[in-house]
Ligand binder design. Sequence first.
Ligand code: SDX
Length: 432
Amino acid sequence: MSRMAKLELDGKSYELPIVEGTEKELAIDISSLRAQTGYITLDDGYGNTGSCSSAITFIDGDKGVLRYRGIPIEEIAGKSSFVETAWLVIFGHLPTIEDRERFSGLLTESSRLDESMRKHFEGFPPNGHPMAILSAMINALSTHEPVVIDDDRDLEEAAARLMSKVRTIAAASYKASVGEPIVYPRYDMKYVENFLHMMFSVPYRDYEPTPEVSAALNLFLALHADHEQNCSTSTVRMVASSQANMFASCSAGVCALWGPLHGGANVAVIEMLEQIRESGMPVSEYVAKVKDKQSGIKLMGFGHRVYRNFDPRSKILRKAADDLLASMKIHDPLLDLAQELADVALSDDYFVERKLYPNVDFYSGTILRAIGIPLNMFTVMFAIGRMPGWIANWKEIHDDPKGRIYRPRQVYVGHTGEHWMPREERHYDEED
Ligand code: SDX
């Protein structure tokens, strides 16, 4: 028998069940609240609202803990490739040798786009935003791919097709934007190496990534693989709850991820650092602007709705950036500037009191810059990394026998008691 929360309302007492997760998170199940009391809850930004129960990822924001299917991110980082991490996130355990070989084969076999898909790239302008292209092309994929998923075998094949082809789409959109011929995937290359080949090879010269570059991009993608009910994953679940197919749901996830408050922050961080560097402004002066509410300036790559401590991913990415730059014998002044900015912020009461720390986006751009990924594709790289998490969340909705459509309520605050009137009588003053 679960514990009950007691609610006193209008002189009446009500009881609501308390739910406890496997990591001891506590929730009040309010699914009977409106039927019992006539009241709904209101929670701006869903800061206190659990939309679902999920078994994929656990975050403890106070302790800076992140686990995929119970495994700490620190144990996954550097040990599991992105593909292995994707399998873990989607199917719930690390892949066996057979799982790995089968899934890798599926990824390789489905890496090519249908020739007719290539025509879309001729229609996009060279400066078309890669996130718009990615979202559009994922839906275009669904016109070529079987979207009915009856069992885990279908799911694995669909997941492989989607994960494999988003990589090809991203590279093809880059090639189209720089006027280079689209490069076909190679069947003798692993996931990350094949992506880099399609991005940077040209007909007269193959691109061969160093082991350090491949490892850094595998790590980047694995660290982005899932993150509980963030904005874009919640969007995927919202769309999936109407029983829309996986491609449509993930295409919607791309759109939600695009915003600078979410996945678009990895671009905004670099733009912020470049603006500080080009202005010659002392870091302390920029931080002062951030603290001045009137400025409307945020410290991009800092803060998080859940983490009230370091985002464990930012620590791992910070070291990975150093290691990659050292292996390439390059120096990125923006990384030094980022560190200086972080040092100033982390010793300033404004940030300490609000528990604002570097998040996944603060250092990740340094790795992408070093690899040569163009800035406008940084959020596309986040999307490629997050695809397994979106697929896993789509699967949780799809596999749920109760499968209710997501349909939040609202508190109406608009006009009341209005009536229709003829056009000549319609006069409205400003505040209407
Ligand atoms: C991602 O949810 C996820 O898991 C997302 C993600 C994932 O893997 O999917 O982790 C990926 O999206 C990371 C976040 C990337 N976004 C940014 O870096 C943009 C900059 N950060 C902020 O916009 C903000 O911190 C958010 C959007 C991340 C979180 O916003 P919240 O939880 O709504 O926080 P808030 O706006 O209520 O801020 C609380 C206070 C406010 O000050 P006061 O009103 O109390 O005086 O902190 C301040 C805010 O003004 N604040 C910041 C700040 N973030 C919060 N002040 C300056 N710079 C910032 N970055």
